[in-house]
Unconditional design. Structure first.
Length: 301
């Protein structure tokens, strides 16, 4: 099988592991930088050009699209889909998951557990906005933030008001969410492949830090999840339409709540914490499912 990995960082751990796992199982692999692709959008004959040649003889493509290039990266992936190449995650599902507000709205509609959340751009009544999420302390997030950047814990009403007003000055869209104190700065990353949780780890924020992101200095360890947590992660992945994703959960007093569904979850933390060959499991999933034009959207979404 010939597999393409859409990644800007061939030396990144996740990309390297996927290359190694695919080659170990006898597949041919090429890492492609999405930003160096250019597309010929011709009726009935879509093409992708890369470094002076035409791409298109791939059986499957693994998108590792960074948040900063979501628009162009998903456009390239959509072009591959229109050419009949099997995507590990579809472009429409990636776009859906990258939109934090849309994700929460879709999960909410299906009854998945979520932190109480408010969305605003320029609220006229900050007091009422804070009241809707249960009052301080609250977590305030920039809608476009990633890896814990643009996330602030406001412990008092006045601090929350000040942060919201500051973000208003940036003309930014913000999410205001209840603070799950009982989580104690920890969350659970459930790694879902093909509708199954194949690995799970606990991410603990460093002392004095409520964000558990590994990029923010958090640590990872093996954890045993409950049947309810497993079911919640699987449902969240299905609602987003993602074959492979990381579902981040918090343990709250009212059950597991979903913080985020990540369409390009890193492999280093989960493989290190669980000692599982996650990259190999992903390649096995592709082997079972990669067929020409095997996408639900056929590149139309």
């Amino acid at each position: 099988m010939k597999i393409a990995i859409l990644s800007r960082g061939p030396r990144l751990y996740s990309t390297r592991r996927l290359v190694e796992a695919a080659q170990a199982r006898g597949h041919e692999v090429e890492v492609i930088d999405a930003l160096r692709c250019y597309m010929n959008i011709t009726s009935n004959h879509p093409q992708i050009h890369y470094k002076g040649r035409i791409l298109g003889d791939f059986d499957a493509i693994i998108p590792r699209i960074g948040a900063s290039i979501t628009f162009y990266g998903t456009a390239v992936l959509r072009q591959f889909e229109m050419m009949g190449v099997y995507p590990l995650n579809e472009s429409v599902a990636i776009s859906r998951s990258r939109d934090k507000l849309r994700s929460l709205q879709l999960l909410s509609r299906k009854g998945v557990g979520l932190p109480v959340s408010g969305f605003a751009h320029s609220p006229d009544d900050v007091d009422d906005l804070l009241k809707t999420v249960g009052g301080a302390p609250v977590v305030i997030k920039l809608l476009e933030g990633t890896q814990g950047v643009g996330v602030v814990l406001a412990e008092t009403h006045s601090a929350a008001s000040s942060v919201i007003q500051a973000f208003n000055g940036l003309k930014a869209n913000i999410l205001v969410q209840e603070f799950i104190k009982e989580a104690k700065g920890a969350d659970i990353r459930c790694f879902v492949v093909g509708g199954k949780v194949i690995a799970a780890m606990k991410r603990q924020g460093k002392e004095g830090e409520f964000r558990s992101n590994l990029h923010q200095g958090g640590s990872a360890s093996l954890i045993r999840i409950t049947p309810e947590e497993r079911a919640t992660a699987i449902r969240a992945a299905k609602i987003m339409g993602l074959n492979v994703c990381g579902v981040d959960l918090l343990r709250s007093n009212h059950g597991p709540v979903v913080m985020e569904v990540n369409s390009s979850p890193g492999l280093e933390g989960i493989e290190g914490a669980t000692s599982k060959d996650v990259a190999g499991i992903i390649i096995q999933f592709i082997e079972k499912n990669a067929k020409r034009n095997n996408t639900s959207t056929k590149g139309q979404g």
